[in-house]
Design a binder for this molecule. Structure first.
Ligand code: 3PY
Length: 253
């Protein structure tokens, strides 16, 4: 299927989504009915692994919401398994250099562009059809978003944006805050200034800019700075906050 998320990023159509750490097919399907452009299955933090990622992809498949996955690492073997199960958009965490971005591009494309192994008969992405024409179209539907969340990443931002095959660049405010000496305080003015400046540098460098933004009150400012795709929070925290609020409200009445 065509990757509508990649198409939206290439055309700078605003996209909103949510991170998923619940590792649950029912909640993934519920969220797929909620109107988000994308849902990201997160393997960097939390407990998602290969079988549970595939189960959530299956739960989301009937709905138009696009599935993104954040892998636990940059290992080509990890990426090969995710692509094999039909993941089309990868959000790679902790990308600090253009070399890392180039290695990611190589890992997710078939030769001659890259080094992805061919195993269509074993893979959901090709519908287990060894002779399908999946291999001819896979590359044009693969979308790579790299995550900038360190001072090296900020310093190398233009070089990272210049890597052919990088579709989008996503700012991770929590890790960036930690890297800038404000661990646990992404709202610190210094962190916010770094985020805004990075968003506009990414846009000026010709790539789609995105970020994690758990506070909808800040969306307009980030959009003005150039952001076109935003993760609005995580299912885990949404559930926790709504439940805690309900319990607290009941106690007050
Ligand atoms: C960060 O904020 O550091 C992220 O990775 C997005 O949650």
């Amino acid at each position: 299927p065509a990757n509508t998320f990649k198409h939206a990023l290439n055309n700078r159509h605003p996209q909103v989504g949510l991170f998923m750490g619940l590792n649950n097919t029912v909640s993934a399907e519920i969220l797929a009915t909620c109107g988000f452009d994308f849902l990201l299955i997160d393997c960097e933090h939390g407990i998602n692994d290969m079988p549970t990622v595939q189960a959530q992809l299956q739960a989301m498949a009937p709905y138009p919401t696009q599935a993104l996955v954040r892998p636990v690492d940059h290992n080509p073997a990890t990426l090969k398994q995710l692509l094999g199960m039909g993941v089309q958009t990868i959000l790679a965490p902790m990308v600090d250099t253009a070399t890392q971005a180039e290695q990611l591009v190589r890992a997710i494309h078939y030769p001659p562009r890259g080094l992805r192994g061919v195993g269509t008969g074993l893979e959901r992405g090709a519908r287990w059809n060894a002779i399908s024409d999946y291999v001819r179209h896979a590359g044009s539907n693969i979308c790579l978003v790299v995550q900038i969340e360190s001072t090296d990443g900020l310093n190398n931002l233009e070089a990272i944006c210049a890597v052919d095959g990088v579709d989008g660049v996503f700012i991770g405010p929590s890790d960036l805050a930690a890297a800038l000496g404000h661990l646990g305080n992404p709202q610190h003015p210094e962190v916010q200034a770094a985020i805004t400046s990075a968003l506009s540098r990414i846009s000026q460098a010709g790539k789609a800019a995105g970020l994690f933004c758990g506070n909808p009150g800040q969306l307009a400012a980030y959009r003005a700075a150039g952001a076109c795709f935003m993760a609005l929070g995580a299912d885990t925290a949404l559930l926790r906050n709504a439940a805690a609020q309900l319990a607290a409200t009941a106690r007050q009445n």
